[in-house]
Write a new protein. Structure first.
Length: 151
């Protein structure tokens, strides 16, 4: 049970962390893009989807595997940004920074740790209930005298 709990704990917390990073990054970029009135809704949706793709590749950002953030952009977004005027391109380059994703990663870590705390508290309560149930069964068994048992 302990090994199963360890494996599942790591997998579940990893999944929660990955999900939160994607959701928080997309929300941050979406909020930033809402301040720009001239971007069509379908373009905003494509950019937010691309941010989700980028956020799921955090290990490449952390390890420095990609020299610049443009290498992590999905090809569709790279093509879209290649058609943007120079002054708008600078805006988008400032939007897709390593710091944005690492900041949202830290934010996601807080949420993941909070989930872990609730799971641990639930496990502790269950362990106490199981322990008290076992003690009750031991007392009931000890109360029965051997001569009372008929075969």
């Amino acid at each position: 049970m302990r090994q199963l709990g360890s494996v599942l704990g790591i997998a579940v917390m990893g999944a929660v962390l990955q999900n939160r990073v994607v959701v928080y990054s997309q929300a941050k970029v979406s909020t930033t893009l809402d301040a720009v009135p001239f971007i069509p809704a379908e373009i905003k949706a494509a950019i937010v989807d691309a941010v989700g793709t980028m956020a799921s590749r955090l290990s490449e950002m952390r390890s420095g595997g990609a020299g610049d953030m443009a290498a992590l952009l999905p090809p569709e977004l790279r093509d879209m940004l290649s058609q943007v005027p120079a002054h708008a391109l600078e805006y988008f380059q400032n939007l897709f920074t390593r710091e944005l994703f690492m900041g949202e990663f830290a934010h996601a870590m807080r949420a993941t740790i909070l989930v872990a705390v609730f799971v641990l508290l639930g496990g502790a309560v269950l362990a106490l209930l199981i322990r008290s149930h076992v003690r009750g069964a031991e007392k009931a068994t000890a109360a029965v005298a051997p001569e009372d048992v008929r075969l």
